[in-house]
Design a protein around this ligand. Structure first.
Ligand code: DQA
Length: 140
């Protein structure tokens, strides 16, 4: 599970938009309730190059699937899109807020057309839905 810039501030950052749950609480909740047999690893970065390097590691240490909230990179980063394209694992794009009901610059995503699924506006539950979606997909 990959979280992009400013998502380390969950719980403190614009709580009216992103809620009061911290990233740690989110991760612990997901670990406790992950679908049976699913092993989770978490990574968050505020640095685009570091996120790209982390995604590249998945070429040598493959995973079955990725859940990513690219944060503001959603709307700007061809480089992270290209990194995800290089890795064959399917990914689910998650946004805590409904990006389509916000500013126009949040309506475009560099990820959605190559994502397995896109979840927006479901709050933190979106991450749980993303794991369930990946699980269903992987089970075929
Ligand atoms: C976000 C939406 C983005 O537009 C924003 O830049 C974020 C978080 C979300 O989870 O709703 O940082 O991806």
């Amino acid at each position: 599970m990959l979280n992009g810039p400013n998502l380390n501030l969950l719980g403190q950052r614009e709580p009216d938009v992103y809620g009061s749950t911290t990233l740690k609480d989110l991760e612990n909740g997901l670990l406790a309730n992950a679908p049976t047999g699913m092993h989770l690893e978490f990574y968050q970065s505020n640095h685009e190059g570091a996120m790209i390097d982390r995604i590249h590691q998945l070429m040598d240490q493959p995973v079955d699937g990725i859940v990513i909230n690219p944060g503001a990179w959603t709307h700007t980063s061809v480089a992270i899109r290209d990194a995800l394209s290089a890795v064959t694992a399917p990914f689910v794009e998650v946004h805590i807020s409904n990006v389509h009901s916000r500013e126009a610059f949040r309506h475009h995503s560099y990820f959605s057309d190559i994502a397995l699924a896109v979840i927006a506006g479901c709050g933190m539950q979106g991450y749980t839905f993303a794991l369930e979606t990946l699980n269903q997909h992987l089970k075929g």
